[in-house]
Design a protein. Structure first.
Ligand code: ARG
Length: 391
């Protein structure tokens, strides 16, 4: 019997070459394609798969699961890597890997494969997730072993082997897209002296073309989860789609990051994530009204660690699951509406309404209705300052 492998397949040049390469090595190739919110045509994928002699292809729309089980958790944690990356690509990988494992079990395959490059984070994320979920599965990463090291050599290989690939024309940047954002790298941006290429952006209008008037959007949260936008009830996926459009118009959510990859390399990536930034900022604003200061400051530490774990592909680790449990408890009273102002790339809060505010106007006010007892302050400071007095 032929050895069977389940390949994470996008229909692009890399994975199309992977199919053929695996077939030449004697494998029966079953493919799996997930829609997490990029351009995606199931018909096209199925057609290509057929032309490539793939025995079976699973095409799945996982956008809702991605939003609910991955993005929402990261949002409640306010997870951002190295201050600038909302983790769009990183959050998608464990989900893809989880399905690779599921399908391998369904297909009784001993192998899974992917088209990740041998120097990136994605191979770490997918392999680590597979190893956590089923250490017995064998992983094949053709790009780590074959001799095709450039796009040109892959195109030549595809031609020679008559592999059906559509876009063979020069691709300037490597782009990864899902509903939580877009990652763009390569080309002239590998030179740190160059500003990002305006033409590379997909979701956001250039700052010069943003409206002269600010845009406003109100997001309602229930226990930390966005449930309404401008007073209309919507699913998270829809809210994200709407915010990507509105935010994109105002050039919200761009970042240019020199980042630290798990494999030790520093690299540069340009990100666009309008919805992610609006939601994270709005969520933080609501938390600032509702949570006490210790929970807030501890949650910042958790956010940092959470982002590192997600970035490294440790999504299914015990620590990450434990942090989820902590974060979930903190969200009990994170219910309310935040109106955000979007203007020329900046996001700010225009109004904050919380169901359980710890902000009390009668304590904060400098006006007539002040209820704070100033006389108590003197004794409090006397004792508060004790540990610090050296004279
Ligand atoms: N640097 C990002 C990460 O590690 C994105 C990786 C994929 N980027 C790309 N342009 N294909 O999560």
């Amino acid at each position: 019997m032929k050895k069977k492998v389940v390949l994470a397949y996008s229909g692009g040049l890399d994975t199309s070459c992977c199919v053929r390469w695996l077939q030449d090595k004697g494998f029966e190739v079953v493919c799996f394609s997930a829609n997490l919110g990029s351009e995606f045509s199931p018909e096209e994928l199925k057609k290509k798969a057929k032309q490539s002699g793939i025995s079976k292809i699973y095409v799945m729309d996982l956008q809702k699961e991605f939003a609910q089980e991955y993005i929402l958790r990261a949002l409640k944690a306010n997870a951002v890597y190295e201050s600038k990356y909302a983790l769009s690509t990183a959050l998608g990988r464990p989900l893809i890997a989880k399905y690779l494992v599921d399908i391998a079990h369904r297909e009784k395959a001993d192998y899974v494969a992917h088209g990740c490059s041998g120097k990136g984070n994605d191979q770490v994320r997918i392999d680590t997730t597979v190893k956590i979920l089923d250490p017995k599965l064998k992983i094949i990463a053709p790009l780590r072993v074959w001799k095709l090291t450039s796009r040109e050599s892959e195109i030549a290989y595809a031609k020679e082997k008559k592999i059906p690939v559509s876009a063979t024309k020069e691709k300037i940047y490597s782009i990864d897209r899902n509903i939580w954002g877009i990652s763009i790298e390569g080309g002239m941006m590998e030179d740190l002296n160059n500003a990002p290429d305006e033409a590379a952006y997909v979701l956001t209008k250039s700052m010069e073309k943003t409206p002269a008037k600010a845009g406003f959007v109100e997001i309602e949260f229930y226990k930390g989860a966005p449930v309404k936008i401008n007073a209309k009830k919507k699913g998270l996926l829809e809210i994200i789609e709407i915010l990507n459009k509105i935010g994109g118009k105002h050039c919200i959510g761009r970042s240019d990051l020199i980042e630290d990859r798990t494999v030790g390399i520093k690299s540069r990536e340009i990100y666009e994530a309008p919805a992610a930034w609006i939601l994270i900022r709005a969520h933080q604003e609501l938390e600032s009204v509702v949570l006490d200061k210790d929970t807030l400051s501890f949650k910042e530490i958790v956010a940092l660690k959470y982002a590192q774990l997600a970035y490294q592909g440790l999504w299914f680790s015990r620590l990450k699951k434990s942090l989820d449990a902590f974060v979930e408890l903190t969200q009990e009273r994170v219910t309310g509406s935040i109106k955000m102002k979007l203007f020329k790339g900046s996001i700010s809060a225009a109004s904050r309404k919380a169901k359980y505010p710890l902000y009390k106007k009668e304590l904060a006010t400098y006006g007539e209705k002040d209820q704070f007892n100033r006389q108590d302050a003197k004794g409090f400071i006397e004792i508060f300052s004790l540990p610090y007095r050296e004279k």
